[in-house]
Design a protein around this ligand. Sequence first.
Ligand code: NAP
Length: 321
Amino acid sequence: MDKRKTAIITGITGQDGAFLSELLLDKGYHVMGIVRSLNSFNKKGLEYLGILDKVEIVECSLLDFTQISNLLKSTKPSEIYNLAAQSSVSVSFKQPIDTFHFNTISVINLLEAIKLIDPSIKFYQASSSEMFGDINQLPILEDSIFHPKSPYAISKASAHWLCVNYRESYGLFISCGILFNHESYLRSDSFFIKKVLSSARLISEGKMENLTVGNIDIKRDFGYAPKYVEAMYKMLQHHEARNFLVCSGQSVSLRDIIYYVFDRYNLSHELVVVDEKLIRPAEIPDIYGSPENTKSMLHWDYDFTINDLLDKLIEEEEQNK
Ligand code: NAP
């Protein structure tokens, strides 16, 4: 009989799911990844890390309570990392109902199943810095007030409060990682930094004319995804379940990121074209958090500057072209 601890990862086909799978395999876990369809799941991340054949892939609808309950009964996981979500702010403005429905119902289904089937299962919820939205005080701290500004952010805030409520009401071990933007080669092309990197490379190769952008004067706190998943794992090994901020502690404007990448590729800044269609109905002007409590409680180290991050991402982009 397999004596390894079993960890379930929802959203295993996403950026974080792939890096977290790699980390948990290194720690000796049996990793079980949930996908929507066994016939057509995205293998890119797991293949990129060379771990596709080391994880067990299971089909399960997170919108179906019975399927989740049966899965927990048959597999007896010790930890569940809930990363599945419609994760794009832009898409959430176009598909608000689907975004809100999936990002909340999937979470309450998982929480109810844990409560009823095995309350000893530890649960990680992928909460988001977008929940803070309209901000009157920086840096963001663990107790900063939420004022979410997109359907995505509202869905994540609702899911977050479900988690807090199940932790407080039933004593379940539920930790919420409130992560700020984090990037890697595995980020989908529709997200900002990945789009800038792949566009800059294609423009430099003569395969694209320019980079179209929305509002690039907003500022965000960006980090490196493989380091951020370490904090997720550490949260479930910590003696106490709670909320943790995972961030770099600095913000940078999207314009500065573009100019840094374009300078590295010797491209003119005039190739950056604003497209009004890419400007969102509501936007957070500036956000960054304080990682100090998380660093000291979890012994999590993170010391990448924004230039370190961009250099690393450019290197990965070049290696994989
Ligand atoms: P991602 O690359 O967009 O991956 C999202 C995952 O969710 C994919 O595996 C996707 O599966 C799954 N998913 C989406 N809609 C689904 C549905 N209706 N049914 C079942 N599965 C569905 O996201 P990520 O960057 O790894 O982020 C992981 C989590 O952290 C997400 O919850 C995200 O909202 C949150 N988060 C991310 C960041 C960040 O900067 N990356 C920051 C804060 C919070 P398919 O392959 O089937 O589409």
